[in-house]
Design a protein around this ligand. Sequence first.
Ligand code: F1P
Length: 343
Amino acid sequence: MEHYMLRETYEQPDALRRTLLEEENIEKVARILSEKEYRFYLFGCGSSHYICLCGKSALETFAEVDAYVTPSSEFYEYPPPQAKSPAVALGVSRSGETTETVRAISKANQLGALTVSITNTRESSMARNSKLAITVNAGEEKSVIMTKTFTTQVYALQLLALHYAQNRGKEVGKQLSQARKIPQLVQETLTLNEKVRELALNCEEQKFIFLGGGPSYGASLEGSLKLKETSYVHSEAYHPLEFRHGPMAVVDEKTLVICLVPERPSKEYVELIKEIKEKGAKVLAVTSGATVSANQTLTIPKVDDTLSPTIQIIPLQVFAYHYCVGRGLNPDAPRHLKKVVKI
Ligand code: F1P
């Protein structure tokens, strides 16, 4: 395969299997976190911030704990006063070296929080300065644009949330066994490649909107970021019904709206999709089974909603890749972006 981005997109099933090999350590970390009543603060930058949003959803849904997400810079510039009380501060970073996330971990240590790092690098400033560390073992990611470190870090957080929930007496056996099937489901999702490629190469729209709520909000932001980073087009992401509160004004015939739709969407979301289409935009739905009036639908494997971001993000990564290459751009040399952003 020509580009690292595509090669690493295809490596995701194996990378996720390697993350699953880290389950014993993840379980150990979950056991330590279960020793007290903590509230959770999660932070990261860019894609890693969106990973935290997916993790928040897993912690809240599976374990019913309070979990808050901020970009790393917000955490250290405006530290939440509550982070002083029994709190877990969990930083996510592929490299473990991103300045803002390293600073946020230091700030959390000063506040007395129990610090945890999730990275793809065993030796890093973040891991060294955290009390607990999880490495996702995705293998080196050469591409500046994150693909396999997005899915594996989301996956690690989902496994952490499930083990933590189990330690707190929640019944999550069914979800845990579904989670162990994620690598296989991601492999199946990659078979959409040809269909997505065709959509991307024939795409004439110039404005891009991604919609996703709850567990899919982080994935919709990440899908939008992939398109910006690779193809330099304007793109935004919203919670579905928020789209009615102003942003809908941008919709016209030049707009593509990519909707992440849960298996049982609310009737308001279904209605919104219909309206967006009536206003002239093209709608692409990504769903495991919902029936909505989209122009095109990409059917992904069924999985528990909270676990779905690891699956939903696959066609969005592939779309960004082909859209970029179709425009004669090189996804491995994105402009204005470095693999490790240091300030
Ligand atoms: C995250 C990040 C990504 C961005 C690009 C460069 O760094 O800034 O969000 O998309 O891939 O890296 P990290 O803290 O996860 O290493």
